[in-house]
Write a protein that binds this ligand. Structure first.
Ligand code: 5GP
Ligand code: MN
Length: 342
């Protein structure tokens, strides 16, 4: 039997809200990844099975590799259907806030979410939840929201309602946030859940190909170029940096998601403890950092790049030139080593 982690009072309250609700919306953060989308779609499958009118609403488009997840076709993307997305949030009597910790992570839907009179249930694994919700189920120690959501469903006694489609969505979330079970995955209960999901028919090999092993030729070339020509390795400081400018991205016909995972690559070099990737966007520089062990990239992202995240995976933004963003990173390498690396 797996341990109980969700507080019983939260379960009872959430159960009541779900029973009363007719119109439910599942919503997640901007640039939704497999965990965000997997959690929302799992909710959509299970709650529609008990007769609820439920839609997944997302602030902006998800990555291309999530398009085949069961139910993805019915997602309401606010970049295409903004008014409809706002109407769904406004008319909902229950909103499930999945895989984010504060309304501002909902980007263009932040106001509609905050203004909605619907009851709200937050289920998430990011630190420091800061949202007005009737029920807050926040467990930063779990690897994926989809995994927490599965456990939530079990506690609601909805295990039997989890069909093959919902199981694949949950598994997609767990695979996404653990890099296909290569990090944040030392919780034995996760594998009990994986076994149940596979028993329900989830095709893990198919999901692996969809989520981790489907790339366009341009994407492969862009990543090869970045590693060959743009990776700066600071061996003494245990760090690496990759930057890509607009021009470089355009040269390889960059589309969203093409650099997903690139930031992890330098961590395969022995002795490299943290890695930073900077991508020039239209109005800012998007920062992504990853680390191994107890090096806190969330602290760096929050202190220098107005962001945050998890100990080993964090991000932020820089408003200025790509070169200045990179120079700032280079200038703190020695200090970081002193502060965080024994
Ligand atoms: P990624 O590098 O995949 O964009 O983001 C990794 C993690 O860092 C996300 O799951 C999220 O927790 C956090 N993160 C990324 N960008 C931001 C940001 O701009 N602000 C904050 N607070 N967190 C971010
Ligand atoms: Mn997540």
């Amino acid at each position: 039997m797996i341990s109980r982690i969700i507080d019983e009072k939260a379960i009872v309250k959430a159960k009541g809200l779900i029973e009363q609700a007719e119109h439910i919306v599942a919503i997640c953060h901007t640039a939704p990844d497999g965990d965000a989308i997997g959690s929302c779609l799992a909710a959509t499958h299970v709650f529609s099975a008990i007769g609820k009118d439920i839609r997944t609403v997302i602030p902006d488009s998800h990555l291309f590799n999530l398009r085949d997840l069961p139910g993805a076709i019915d997602i309401v993307d606010a970049t295409k259907y903004y008014d409809f997305a706002v109407k769904l949030l406004t008319d909902a009597d229950l909103i499930l806030c999945l895989d984010f910790n504060e309304p501002k992570r909902c980007g263009r839907l932040e106001k509609a979410l905050c203004d909605s009179k619907a009851h709200k249930i937050l289920i998430d694994h990011h630190l420091n939840p800061n949202i007005e919700a009737d029920v807050i189920i926040s467990h930063p120690e779990v690897a994926a929201t989809a995994y927490l959501f599965f456990r939530f469903l079990c506690r609601l006694e909805f295990f039997n309602l989890i069909d093959k489609k919902a199981a694949e969505c949950v598994l997609a979330g767990m695979m996404t946030d653990t890099g296909n079970f290569s990090y944040n995955c030392d919780d034995p209960d996760m594998y009990v859940v994986v076994a149940e999901l596979i028993r329900k028919g989830a095709d893990k090999e198919k999901l692996y190909r969809q989520l981790f092993a489907t790339f366009s030729a341009n994407c492969l070339r862009l990543n090869s170029y970045a590693l060959l020509n743009k990776m700066e390795v600071y061996k003494d400081e245990c760090a690496a940096l990759i930057t890509l400018s607009r021009d470089e991205l355009n040269r390889y016909h960059y589309t969203k998601g093409d650099t997903e995972g690139l930031v992890n690559k330098p961590l395969s070099i022995p002795g490299i403890v943290y890695s930073c990737f900077m991508r020039q966007e239209a109005d800012m520089i998007k920062i992504s950092m990853r680390s191994v062990g107890d090096f806190p990239v969330n602290e760096l992202c929050s202190q220098y790049y107005g962001g945050g995240g998890h100990l080993n995976a964090a991000g932020g933004e820089y408003y200025g030139s790509l070169e200045d963003a990179a120079e700032l990173f280079r200038s703190i390498l020695k200090e970081n080593k002193k502060r965080y690396i024994k």
